[in-house]
Design a protein around this ligand. Structure first.
Ligand SMILES: Cc1cc2nc3c(=O)[nH]c(=O)nc-3n(C[C@H](O)[C@H](O)[C@H](O)COP(=O)(O)O)c2cc1C
Length: 199
């Protein structure tokens, strides 16, 4: 197809479609993600902007289901403790996390952690930017993702880092599950941008 002068070029349209299609997926088909697919996601992640070109990120991929369950069981009490101190958290949220059947990773087959190896002022920003690249790339590949922030505190404990072979000098910054979505999930809406000032 030849783009006409009145038609926008195809790339921005494709990008907008991917951007608007991204949403958190919390139900996954049992399909395993292969190594090539995961390498493609990691490759997308490392193309994120990075302060002072530090590229502080390092990745951990967890596809071992019993280990994912162990990590979920380890993380839930940490997050319940957080919820107890959060004025916004209702008792239903606490009950959900306390349910032994609830898996913090929604039974997804793949968890990707983005760790930072340096302690510069922007390493966390770098890792979260890499996370967004990864998630948008997953949408382009027909995959679903969900950030699991509730796991991060526990993943930084000595016991979790030992289980995951994460050296002490690294910290887990971002945690995302990835997989083939099971069923459809509605995209959530957003408020219009609130412009505080425009001078
Ligand atoms: C920093 C961060 C932490 C999050 N942690 C969790 C989590 O622990 N569990 C979960 O189900 N969703 C988590 N989410 C997903 C949000 O709930 C979700 O992005 C939000 O409801 C908007 O929905 P959408 O992603 O479908 O647009 C997290 C998102 C972010 C950005």
């Amino acid at each position: 197809m030849n783009p006409s002068a009145t038609e926008p070029p195809p790339y921005p349209r494709l990008f907008e479609a991917i951007l608007l299609a991204r949403h958190s997926v919390r139900a996954y088909a049992p399909d395993e993600l292969d190594r090539n697919t995961i390498h493609a996601l990691l490759n997308a992640a490392v193309h994120a902007p990075t302060a002072m070109h530090e590229e502080p990120w390092a990745f951990v991929v967890v596809q071992n289901k019993p280990l994912l369950k162990q990590l979920s069981d380890l993380a839930k009490p940490f997050f319940i403790e957080r919820l107890h101190h959060s004025p916004q958290a209702g008792s239903h949220a606490i009950d959900r996390f306390a349910d032994p059947a609830f898996n913090l990773f929604y039974d997804a087959g793949t968890l990707i952690l983005i760790c930072a190896k340096l302690s510069g002022p922007f390493v966390e920003a770098d890792c979260w930017m890499a996370a967004e690249n990864l998630m948008l790339s997953a949408v382009a590949a027909g995959l679903g993702t969900c950030v699991i922030g509730s796991s991060i505190e526990a993943l930084n404990t000595r016991i979790a880092k030992e289980k995951l072979d994460i050296p002490a000098e690294f910290k887990v910054v971002a945690a995302m599950i990835v997989g083939v979505p099971r069923g459809e999930t509605a995209v959530t809406d957003r408020k219009a941008p609130f412009v505080l000032a425009w001078k």
